[in-house]
Design a protein around this ligand. Structure first.
Ligand SMILES: Cc1cc2nc3c(=O)[nH]c(=O)nc-3n(C[C@H](O)[C@H](O)[C@H](O)COP(=O)(O)OP(=O)(O)OC[C@H]3O[C@@H](n4cnc5c(N)ncnc54)[C@H](O)[C@@H]3O)c2cc1C
Length: 444
């Protein structure tokens, strides 16, 4: 099968791109590993009733129209499709409902979005500790509200948003432990004039904090030395009892597919993550590969949907026109957010579990470096870090930070895991099902 455009991801970027590309007459296939469209922010939007949308807010409700447009567009949408291989020649392999297939395209749009940055603090693997985004997934997907006393720890707009949403859902939010400190505000100050273009979002951030304070939620800033015990959260100079600790220090681009496709990646020092090298419109060094949304750099849902539309127009050979200025405006807040909400738990303590798949702590990684592991790829041989089912998604950033600090080098010099297909687990049964597609199976 061959089409004009294959889009990987049905979040705001992928959905908007699909609608736009179909309007310009392209044949479009959308592959997404979720059962329904929406991505992270609009997860479950088609099923959400008024009670849930009242909790999740108008930003969430805004996804309903996009999802409806997406459903009615003339596209081939394949939910439950996990893409595990992408070649720069725009050939894709994916698994769906127990079998694997390939599809070729003139262009591929990588719109795989972001994931929550793992926070490898000591005890993070214990019951009663999870990502704030994960708690939000349970709320959006199944209407689940956690019971007991909740503490949120970390930084970023999503931390406050989840706190407010949980309050509105009737949960008991006891405290927010912010890793953001006074110095971060000073550091971010020079970016304020540019960020004023996004004053509505700034005002929203202030309002969320006020809402939490009014509800009696305790705030502490500049928190360091976070550790989870299972019944409490400890930090330098204090401890708070809780039934559930929700961790969050921002989101990072999902780069496995773009890396596996061979695209170059650039280290973003403020947010301490990697993003594919692309221009402001999402064009990469490979003419066949475009990138849009958070997969290309974190900028939020509105920017994601605009960048998806820009990419679709490029694929259709149509001038993106005024969309470019709108996209610039949406990205105006980013430098401020990047500086203000710098991650402060990127370098884990020795006892923290960094690679959960293979049970490797930060201390084990430090020992491996002393034994001669010079970078993330050697670390695989020394300590099996990044060799489990997540293929380094959860541990890659922290492992590289530990190696870099141990060797006294910048992270960009230490590098990152080399990503090979399959980027997601594939069963032998799925491979065997690739009837008539022997070349792809052999390539594995
Ligand atoms: C857990 C979480 C919760 C968030 N909640 C909010 C929120 O409430 N409000 C807010 O403003 N922002 C939120 N964000 C930020 C959010 O990611 C962006 O604002 C926005 O959703 C980005 O849109 P996108 O289209 O780029 O990516 P996404 O919305 O992330 O969509 C990407 C899609 O691609 C799919 N995908 C990824 N890899 C593959 C693959 N290999 N094969 C097939 N499919 C794949 C994903 O499952 C997903 O459906 C959240 C982020 C995370 C990680």
């Amino acid at each position: 099968m061959s089409v004009d455009l294959v889009i990987v991801g049905a979040g705001p970027a992928g959905m908007a791109a699909a609608v736009e590309a179909a309007e310009h007459g392209l044949s479009v296939t959308v592959l997404d590993d979720q059962p329904e469209p929406g991505g992270q922010i609009y997860r479950g939007i088609e099923r959400a009733g008024p009670e849930l949308t009242a909790i999740l807010g108008e930003e969430y409700e805004a996804g309903r129209e996009l999802a409806a447009d997406f459903r009615s567009a003339r596209i081939d949408y394949l939910p439950n499709s996990a893409v595990w291989r992408l070649d720069a020649g725009a050939r894709i392999a994916f698994s769906r409902e127990g079998s694997a297939s390939t599809v070729s395209a003139r262009r591929v749009l990588i719109a795989t979005g972001a994931m929550e940055r793992p926070m490898p603090i000591p005890g993070a693997e214990r019951p009663g500790v999870m990502g704030a985004g994960a708690a939000q997934v349970l709320l959006k997907a199944s209407g689940l509200v956690p019971a007991g006393r909740i503490v949120l720890a970390g930084s970023g707009p999503l931390l406050l948003l989840v706190g407010c949403q949980l309050l509105d859902a009737g949960a008991e939010v006891a405290a927010v432990l912010e890793t953001t400190a006074g110095g971060d505000y000073l550091d971010a100050a020079p970016t304020l004039p540019r960020a004023l273009a996004g004053w509505r979002d700034l005002a929203r951030g202030v309002a969320m904090k006020r809402r939490l304070r009014r509800a009696g939620v305790a705030f502490r800033s500049g928190v360091r030395g976070l550790a989870a015990t299972g019944q409490s959260v400890r930090f330098d100079g204090g401890e708070i009892a809780c039934d559930l600790l929700l961790l969050h220090e921002g989101v990072v681009p999902q780069t496995h597919l773009s890396r596996q496709a061979g695209l170059a990646h650039r280290w973003r020092p403020e947010q301490r993550h990697w993003a594919p090298v692309a221009d402001a419109l999402g064009r990469t060094a490979e003419e066949t590969l475009l990138v849009a949304g958070d997969a290309g750099g974190i900028a939020g849902a509105r920017a994601a949907s605009l960048s998806g539309r820009v990419a679709a127009r490029l694929a259709a050979g149509v001038d993106p026109g005024r969309l470019i200025a709108a996209l610039d405006r949406e990205r105006a807040m980013r430098p401020l957010l990047d500086r203000l909400f710098r991650p402060h738990t990127a370098l884990p303590a020795d006892e923290a579990l960094v690679c959960r798949c293979e049970s490797v702590t930060a201390g084990d990684i430090r020992q491996a470096v002393r034994d001669g592991a010079m970078g993330p790829n050697q670390l695989k041989a020394f300590a099996r870090v990044g060799m489990g089912p997540c293929q380094g998604r959860m541990c890659g950033l922290a492992a590289a930070e530990v190696i870099a600090s141990e060797r006294g080098l910048p992270v960009e010099e230490v590098g990152s895991f080399r990503i090979r297909p399959p980027v997601k687990p594939v069963t032998l049964g799925e491979l065997a099902s690739m009837e008539g597609e022997a070349a792809d199976a052999e390539a594995l």
